[in-house]
Design a protein around this ligand. Structure first.
Ligand code: NAD
Ligand code: UDX
Length: 469
């Protein structure tokens, strides 16, 4: 195996940044350079006051130790690629917006251009690691591109090494992963490349947690893991609808079901719906794959996980309207939380966006508060969600507040869209005093103390409880 001394990571995003920062921290003998086309992003990673481009608990501490020691952020992609023994490709793979497979298939344009870039500038053999989540057989396409475009005599070994970190807990997940998965060709060269990467992780991950498999199994396992996690949420959310219709309590049901060790207690929190850049994208990718393989029943099975999630979001916004006496026109709705989950500033596929879009189409006035999301990001996301409405019009209907309390002022309803811990600790009595009456709280994340709120005088509605209002 190659003794890896220099690593380059292409893509300084939510995955490439934290993943390779942790590799640098744990492997002081390896020089790690994270490169990106986006100058502003690289500048933020390099900012003297550590105003990093992504918010992730614990990340700053890692960067403080390693940056300038053996961790570097740069837009000089060519140099970093030329010097590296091993290159992670960690670029974005969003759902295609047009062309064949639009709305389902992954857009591989960024992976392909990063691969072509490696082929064009490499002057020595490399191990190229697919870190992005990709459709099956992408490793094969990367190999073909590299071999067809590189200088003669160079060797490229392609590995699949999907990332399982969750945002908000990325650093803990990277420090102590449930497993690291490495897929390679089962040839002597493939196995040797696999060993080289295993040796990097073995600096801090117990070897029994490093799983080595065939490259296609590795690619499929990533899609499968996300599909099965999302499926658990859609299952519990489907049951929450039954609870609301019958008077059962979804938390009691989830607890009772989760106590079966075969099911397990985690990831059974009913919610307003899952968001994030991965679940929907990866399931649609699996749906597309199944259809391409002429497996329509399999495709329909996985598609239903996304369909149910859409239903859950719509069902929630309809309940808000129904409860507020069937109209929210000109009413003030405070939305607490805009990120897709707590402890991140990421808003990709956030359920808050769907809820606000629904409220705006009912001609409500919405005030949003999120402790981490940038104001410009909120305007960007709402413009994208409402392509036919000019931003000036959106700005007439939406206000962005600096605190939860000011967001709630004068509103008829507060909607909790993200499970930020600070929403539990708000002075809810002060919130109540500033609101119109009756004052409604819709807890889309089941984080609030319902009884305490009722004591104050709120009308409270949560997910998966039948005995509402
Ligand atoms: P991201 O959009 O945050 O980051 C990708 C970065 O790649 C961007 O900064 C972009 O400028 C850069 N880039 C694109 N093409 C490039 C090129 N040719 N050269 C240099 N830089 C280039 O995306 P992300 O959230 O980090 O996701 C990356 C991949 O990891 C995706 O495939 C995603 O599915 C997967 N993944 C994401 C998560 C997550 O929690 N976000 C978890 C596991 C896996
Ligand atoms: C997910 C996977 O967990 C991770 O392994 C993979 O690498 C990337 O995709 P992420 O999207 O960052 O991670 O966060 P995750 O914690 O999985 O939450 C996704 C969404 O599901 C969030 O909107 C979250 O609020 C929601 N969720 C999660 C629920 O509604 N209920 C739950 O019980 C758990």
């Amino acid at each position: 195996p190659v003794n890896v001394k220099k690593i380059c990571c292409i893509g300084a995003g939510y995955v490439g940044g934290p993943t390779c920062a942790v590799i640098a921290l744990k492997c002081p003998h390896i020089q790690v350079t994270i490169v990106d086309l986006n100058q502003a992003r690289i500048d933020a990673w390099n900012s003297p006051d550590y105003a990093l481009p992504i918010y992730e608990p614990g990340l700053v501490d890692v960067v403080r130790v390693a940056r300038g020691r053996n961790l570097f952020f740069s837009t000089s992609i060519d140099v970093a690629v030329q010097e590296a023994d091993l290159i992670f490709v960690s670029v974005n793979t969003p759902t295609k917006k047009s062309g064949v497979g639009a709305g389902f298939a992954a857009d591989l344009n960024y992976v392909e251009s990063a691969t072509r870039h490696i082929a064009a500038v490499a002057t020595s053999s490399k191990i190229v690691v697919e870190k992005s989540t990709v459709p099956m057989r992408t490793a094969e396409s990367m190999r073909t591109i590299l071999e067809a475009n590189s200088k003669p005599g160079l060797r490229f070994d392609i590995l699949s090494n999907p990332e399982f970190l969750a945002e908000g807990t990325a650093i803990d997940d990277l420090f102590a992963p449930d497993r690291v998965l490495i897929g390679s060709l089962q040839t002597p060269e493939g196995k040797s490349a696999c060993q080289s990467l295993t040796n990097v992780y073995a600096n801090w991950v117990p070897v029994d947690r490093i799983l080595t498999v065939g490259v296609w199994s590795s690619e499929l396992s990533k899609l499968a893991a996300n599909a099965m996690l999302a499926q658990r949420i859609s299952s519990i959310n489907a049951l929450s609808a039954i609870c609301e219709a019958t008077g059962a309590n979804i938390e009691e049901v989830a607890h009772a079901v989760g106590r079966d060790t075969r099911v397990g207690p985690k990831f059974l929190r009913a919610s307003v719906g899952f968001g994030g850049s991965c679940f929907q994208k990866d399931i649609l990718n699996l749906v597309y794959l199944s259809e391409s393989l002429h497996l329509p029943e399999v495709a329909a099975y996985w598609r239903q996980v996304v369909t149910l999630n859409e239903y859950q979001k719509r069902r929630f916004s309809k309940r808000v309207v129904d409860t507020l006496f069937n109209t929210i026109t000109n009413k003030n709705i405070a939305v607490l939380g805009f990120a897709f989950k707590a402890d991140t500033g990421d808003t990709r596929e956030s359920p808050a966006i769907t809820l606000i879009r629904d409220f705006l189409s009912e001609r409500a006035h919405v005030t949003v508060y999120d402790p981490q999301v940038e104001v410009s990001q909120i305007w960007f996301d709402l413009s994208e969600a409402l392509p036919d409405v000019p931003l000036e019009q959106i700005k007439k209907q939406v206000t962005i507040a600096n605190t939860a309390l000011s967001a709630a002022q004068n509103s008829e309803a507060v909607v909790v869209a993200t499970e930020w811990k600070e929403f539990r600790d708000i002075d809810w009595r002060a919130v109540y005093d500033t609101m119109k009456k009756p004052a409604f709280v819709f807890d889309g994340r089941m984080i609030l103390d319902r009884d305490a709120l009722r004591e104050i005088g709120f009308e409270v509605m949560t997910i998966g409880r039948g005995d509402q209002l």
